[in-house]
Ligand binder design. Structure first.
Ligand SMILES: C[S@@+](CC[C@H](N)C(=O)[O-])C[C@H]1O[C@@H](n2cnc3c(N)ncnc32)[C@H](O)[C@@H]1O
Length: 190
């Protein structure tokens, strides 16, 4: 059992192999940010829906959680992958009924930060989550009030590093977490 609160640091295979497509607003988290997310998930979840966060599913190390979990995205490069769900946030509830209320965690990073887009991700999250399910998401800090109302999440100290994104995002969760309580050394604070 892991006891350290330090993120794992090693070369991330997803990042090394997967180019960002600008037309889909693909901005991958940096490797230490992914390591922190996978650590958090492996400590606190058993079956996760990754909405527009493929890098995190690919980087999971716990094989049981990985095989039970699914990543939802519009990019058909993964269409043959058994854990891929082809999903478009414009039709947020078009999900196999077998997946409704099946997940104990969702991880969300949409391609846009607007209220209209967040409302659709929130609808999907509510459909997929079990009662009391955990929510981890990233977006701009200005969305805090809106997201408190939509999904009851709050900003955390640990911020994501997203190397090619011009904004600084925050992580938000609907539960307290030790991993998210410390600053991310990859992110400069002002
Ligand atoms: C800002 S990136 C988030 C990626 C995340 N930071 C990661 O490291 O995995 C936005 C994601 O939304 C996906 N996406 C773009 N358009 C979408 C759509 N219409 N429906 C669902 N996902 C979409 C992209 O393919 C990309 O994976």
């Amino acid at each position: 059992m892991e006891t350290s609160n330090e993120p794992r640091t090693k070369r991330n295979r997803f990042l090394a192999r997967t180019e960002e497509k600008w037309e889909l607003n693909q901005y991958w988290y940096a490797s230490n940010t992914i390591a922190m997310l996978t650590k958090e998930i492996e400590e606190h979840a058993t079956k996760v829906a990754f909405l527009s966060t493929p890098s995190v599913w690919f980087s999971l190390e716990n094989g049981d959680i990985k095989s039970r979990s699914y990543f939802f995205d519009v990019d058909l490069q993964w269409e043959k992958h058994p854990n891929f769900v082809h999903w478009n946030y414009n039709q947020p509830t078009e999900v196999d009924p077998k997946m409704h209320h099946e997940f104990d965690c969702v991880v969300i990073d949409p391609p846009f930060v607007t209220a209209e887009v967040w409302a659709k991700y929130a609808e999907a999250a509510r459909l997929l989550l079990k009662d009391g399910g955990k929510i981890i998401l990233s977006t701009i800090p200005e969305n805090a009030v809106m997201l408190k109302e939509m999904l009851n999440v709050e900003p955390r100290a640990f911020q994501p590093s997203v190397p090619h994104l011009v904004y600084q995002y925050n992580f938000f969760t609907n539960y307290d977490s030790t991993n998210f309580a410390s600053l991310n050394p990859e992110v400069e604070s002002f």
